[in-house]
Design a protein around this ligand. Sequence first.
Ligand code: ACO
Length: 371
Amino acid sequence: MTVQAHIVGWGKYIPERVLTNDDLTHMVDTSDEWIRTRTGIVERHIVAEDESTATMAIEAAHEALEIATLRPTDLNLIIVATATPDHLFPATACLVQDALGATQAACFDLAAGCSGFVYGVGLAADLISTGNYVNALVIGAETLTRITDWDDRATCVLFGDGAGAVILQANGSDGGVLSSVLGADGSGGDLLYLPAGGSRQPASHQTVSEGLHYLKMKGREVFRFAVRAMPAATRLVLEKAGLTVEDLSLIIPHQANYRITDASAKALGISKDKVFSNVDRYGNTSAASIPIALCEAVEQDRIHRDDLVVFVGFGAGLTWAAAAVRWSAPLPTAPLTRRKKIWYALSYRYAALRSLVRRFVRWLVARFTRE
Ligand code: ACO
């Protein structure tokens, strides 16, 4: 029996604080008109001081678990796709695991820029098809505003923060993730990168004073790459699934710029209403943009059972990726009962307590043993 990976849970987290184009006009030499016409962005959300990629990822994971009605211990795999992890190590996926109490899950972060979430979906689906994993949580989460140079008008108007998650589950029935394509062209690495803070150029007073801890981008070149990569990856993933553009119900593309998604729709010969867009309200949230858009597409009744949905992204690396999914989860989802809500709240409290106890025991062992 072939095992397919089906999407059984999804969730998102958007930070509360909104930064509008008008707000940005007080920070850099720009205008609402320029940002809207060149990108389609109207506003974006920014993390609060006590939030991070992990805290947002955890919130999105809560929602996804509750929709899937799974226990955290049912998860065998957690992948966090991010370019802005809480730390270089440990992996943000491990922080998520600890907070959820997902004690049976293997965890790692995935660095593929804005394509990271789709890379994660493709990888998790392949791992599930081996029979070794049953439930995989794939999260895209970013705090890009923490690596944004707020004096650089060419980049600071583009980015926002947020997180989105899906749970993929092994199932013998047809549908779910039908195919995926993952690609990269490392020769374009310098078009979009974070110069300092890694082993090549460790953080120092000099790197900070030169602003090398901020994201650098050659926007025009990335744009040119994106308008080629998105339609090509979409066609390829459909071909791999034995389908064509005519079979498509909805494309959920990486939300970077409405001009890129419009150009992709044109190149594929499909109408714009088959391409989901919410870039106006969130800006570019990198690896988080596709799962956030997916959640909104579900909320807006844009996805139905048996629909063919394609996720397609491009980003730093350079990378690109697409996944074709036959939607199989029943919609709308039943709301959680009060009892279930209480169960989840208690289980997250228990996870926090468990983590504290384990830290305390480790401290005790270190204090009272010599070797
Ligand atoms: N306000 C006003 N003027 C601006 C601004 C601004 N915020 N930013 C740039 N300009 C000016 C430039 O200085 C330039 O002026 P000049 O002609 O006098 O030199 C002019 O506007 C045009 O600049 P371009 O960079 O050519 O503008 P373009 O139309 O290419 O739009 C943009 C720029 C929006 C960045 C576009 O190139 C783009 O969307 N690129 C793709 C970026 C992307 O998708 N990145 C995704 C990956 S992110 C990740 O992986 C983390």
